[in-house]
Design a binder for this molecule. Structure first.
Ligand code: FNR
Length: 408
């Protein structure tokens, strides 16, 4: 059946078996719940790397509020309307998805786990959800495309030099990337207190304490020494060295910062496929992005890593939904920790969401298998949430599924 939202798709091409969603929780022993993956990630990573993933900017107010505001949403329980079969299949940015979730772009993934981008992309493909590759990845666009046949999204950071930008777009197009996700909420690199405390800066500050913390994580260290990651998409542009420190410094110095209208128009002219703007929190920005040619918007505060004090996506989303209507696909990002959260963001009107830290915990802990474990947990929770809210299809939600937060 061609209709990708059709119920028959449940048994068709994806690897998610009905038994993955049943009550026996077949995912043990890797993880009974996300907390297990997070604890395992903490045990495997040096403190500075774990904090780099976990932390946010400044006092981390927005980071905390992201999860708190999603938790505060209430789902409308419907127990007499439950249906025996439930469909999670949908599309995200035109790509088939076995649930309304895509993996968020995560820079430096190969520092977290050796060749982490390929492990994550493989897990995403096997599970049937889209993968987003960061510009700041340690495996190149071409390496990921060679390892994973499914098209992926390319997250694009704009550099000062148009020739660099043009080369990156051309490589993404040639690799078959189905959408370009331009991140627009990183005009500056705000202070991240944990990273400063840990010396996780560019260049790195090597202190005795950091060396001790690394030596206490021999498995991570062995992976690092074996693979020696760098920023593989950018190394070719950097004169004078291809090591991570040199390339990261080049990236920081050559990064464009604020994305202006002219930059965006240039990207639109040079990218023929779906164009996504990531990092919008305001209805006026959303309308402007659409006017400039965006096909989709990721409503996001960058997982609480940029403007501390920024609104949360849970609060910002409804007004953006009203302003955008059907003019662009809207995805939710920042703070999603479970399938119940996925159900809530669908209830707010999102077509789907990006998942950041939860899959990174799984990756850090167990590589590809850990990402699969994180995705299974999300799918299980989503299915259980659907069962108890009388939702039989993620593409067709009953009205009033979510009791909306106060609009901010
Ligand atoms: C990110 N994020 C990010 N976003 C982006 O557009 N390009 C990037 O390179 C990165 N890198 C990155 C590294 C790490 C370690 C984290 C945790 C996040 C932001 C990411 O795509 C996403 O917006 C957030 O992670 C979503 O929030 P949650 O799901 O982690 O709460």
């Amino acid at each position: 059946m061609d209709d990708i939202t059709g119920r028959q798709d449940i048994d068709a091409s994806f690897k998610l078996r009905p038994s993955d969603l049943d009550h026996e929780f077949k995912i043990a022993p890797l993880a009974w719940h996300l907390g297990n993956l997070k604890a395992a990630a903490r045990r495997r990573l040096p403190r500075g790397i774990f904090d780099f993933i976990e932390g946010g900017s400044y006092d981390e107010d927005t980071l905390r509020a992201n999860t708190a505001d999603l938790s505060a949403l209430r789902l409308r329980q419907r127990v007499l309307a439950t249906t025996p079969s439930r469909n999670q299949h949908t599309t995200i940015l035109g790509q088939r998805a076995s649930m309304p979730v895509a993996l968020a772009p995560i820079g430096f993934t190969g520092v977290i786990y050796p060749r982490g981008e390929i492990h994550a992309a493989k897990a995403a493909q096997a599970f049937g959800v889209p993968y987003s590759l960061s510009t700041l990845s340690t495996c190149s666009i071409e390496e990921v495309a060679a390892a994973v046949p499914a098209p992926f999204f390319f997250q694009f950071y704009i550099f000062r030099d148009r020739a660099v930008n043009a080369a990156l777009l051309q490589r993404a197009e040639q690799a078959g990337c189905s959408a370009l996700m331009v991140t627009v909420d990183t005009a500056v690199h705000p202070r991240r207190n944990r990273d400063l405390d840990n010396g996780m800066t560019v260049p790195l500050k090597i202190r005795p304490r950091n060396i001790m913390r690394i030596l206490m994580r021999p498995r991570w260290l062995a992976g690092w020494l074996r693979h020696r990651p760098t920023l593989a998409n950018l190394a070719m542009f950097v004169p004078g060295g291809t090591d991570l420190g040199t390339v990261s410094l080049w990236a920081e110095r050559n990064y464009k910062g604020a994305v202006g209208v002219a930059d965006f128009e240039w990207v639109r002219r040079n990218w023929p496929r779906k164009l996504v703007v990531k990092g919008v929190l305001d209805p006026e920005d959303a309308r402007l992005a659409i006017k400039l040619g965006a096909d989709a918007i990721v409503v996001s505060n960058h997982g609480g890593r940029q403007l501390d004090g920024a609104n949360t996506t849970a609060r910002a989303f409804p007004a953006i939904g009203d302003a955008v209507g059907d003019d662009a696909e809207l995805l939710f990002d920042s703070g999603v920790r479970s399938g119940l959260d996925v159900l809530k963001v669908l209830g707010l009107g999102a077509k789907g969401c990006l998942l950041g830290r939860p899959f990174v915990y799984g990756l850090a802990a167990h590589g590809e298998a850990g990402v699969t474990a994180a995705l299974r947990l999300v799918a299980q929770d989503l299915d259980q949430g659907m069962a108890l809210t009388g939702v039989d299809d993620v593409n067709n939600l009953p009205p009033g599924l979510v009791i909306e937060p106060t609009r901010a």
